[in-house]
Unconditional design. Structure first.
Length: 92
């Protein structure tokens, strides 16, 4: 069973601002979330952000939420590891 993957508008904007090679790698991983929303390389965040999962792609991170009932994955943040968690704190 597949999940619907949706990007938050700001995440989509941030993704489009990245270099083409990085964007291509991130998009491939985001699309793969439709078949497996909890791949072995994804982790739950801790503390007040524990509702989110994160996945590493080189120096970049994909932060997302999984809704099993609606069979939906919502990507809320995409960006460089140095700033993605700060930005994610403002989303929640």
């Amino acid at each position: 069973m597949t999940y619907r993957v949706r990007l938050r508008p700001q995440a989509e904007k941030d993704l489009l601002a990245l270099p083409a090679g990085v964007r291509k790698r991130l998009l491939a991983r985001i699309e793969a979330l439709a078949d497996d929303p909890r791949p072995h390389e994804s982790w739950l965040l801790r503390g007040r952000l524990r509702a989110y999962r994160r996945m590493r792609v080189g120096h970049y991170r994909i932060c997302y939420m999984v809704d099993d009932k609606a069979r939906r994955v919502r990507v809320v943040e995409v960006g460089h590891r140095s700033r993605v968690y700060d930005d994610l704190g403002r989303v929640s």
